[in-house]
Structures are given as C-alpha cells and as structure tokens.
Design a protein. Structure first.
Length: 184
C-alpha cells in the first residue's frame, strides 16, 4: 500500500534524525567518527505522490537536543564522560544553542517521485540561512534520505583539538528515517 496525499506530522516518536561526523587532521586516528541523534524535533509535511511540486516540509530542531549515540575508530573506546563532553562542546562551541536554540529547515521545491526525490530548501542555523539539498525516497509510509552539509557555510568552525592535529571534517551528513503520521 502506498502513501496517500495529505498532511503529516513528523517527530521523534515516528522517526529519527542522525548527524554523522568524520575525523580529519594528522591526529585523526585518536578521534572518533560520531553518530549524533537529534532527540527533540518536530515537523510538518504535505505529501502528494502524484504532484511533487505540491509537496513541502518544515522541520524544527531543538539545538540543545543532540546526543552522541556512538563513535567508531579512535585509539580508545568512547566513554560516557567523552559523550557528555562532546555534547557540551556541540551545544556551547559549535551550535551556540543558548543564543540560537532552534535549527529550521523549510523546503522551497520538491522534484522527482516516491522512489527518488530531491527537496531543495533553506537550512537556518546560527542565524544564517543557506540553501541545502535533501535526497530521499518514500516506501510505504516511511521517508528515508540524507543531506550533505558543509559546516563552514553556516559560519561553523569545525571542532579541533591538539592544536588542530585532530579535527572534525567540515563535511557532515544528516540522515533520516521517518514515519509519516497523518494529522487527522
């Protein structure tokens, strides 16, 4: 059974948004490639499989809600205190969540079909709105996809340590797997 045209509510109760980071620099072996979950977010989608141009999506993310789910690589295992420290750095030094508590994506154009679609829109983060493209697919009542973003386009200076020998790559991937819950 395919998806029916309509308005849908999006949120953590029906899906997940993950942020994937990778390491760079001479000391990259010491760090971890991270999987970070967005735990508080909400969105609205208007979906019409027969008319992609009539589709739209808005998502709001609580910038304080990013939680480290795991890390791969590195010379030692990622501990719970490592996770807490990374989350604090994300809130305070990367996203400045006290000053910019919300990250918002608003679509401007949807093209393609259910098997493969592209959503173009603006991602507003740190008070800066920049265009971004999201690739995805729709199967049954679930939407899967990803977007590649370059942090520096939003004025984010990727985190670094050990005098720049270990740093987070400027390129970050955002992945999603979301069930569509009808508003009715």
């Amino acid at each position: 059974m395919g998806i029916t045209a309509g308005s849908y509510t999006l949120g953590p109760e029906s899906g997940r948004i993950l942020v994937k980071t990778t390491r760079a620099g001479l000391g990259a072996k010491a760090g971890h490639d991270l999987t970070i979950a967005v735990t508080r977010w909400r969105g609205d989608a208007t979906v019409d499989p027969a008319d992609p141009a009539g589709c739209s999506v808005t998502v709001e993310v609580d910038a304080e809600s990013l939680e480290v789910q795991g890390g791969t690589g590195g010379v030692k295992r990622l501990t719970s205190s490592d996770r807490e420290e990374i989350e604090k750095i994300i809130r305070e030094k990367v996203l400045h969540s006290e000053r910019y508590p919300t990250i918002t994506f608003r679509s401007s154009q949807v093209t393609g079909g259910t098997e493969s679609f592209r959503v173009e829109g603006d991602l507003d983060m740190l008070g800066v709105a920049r265009p971004i493209q999201v690739q995805g697919s729709l199967a049954e009542d679930r939407v899967h996809g990803s977007a590649a973003m370059v942090q520096s386009r939003w004025g984010i200076r990727p985190y670094s340590a050990f005098f720049g020998a270990l740093k987070v790559s400027d390129d970050v991937e955002v992945q999603f797997d979301i069930g569509l819950v009808s508003k009715e």
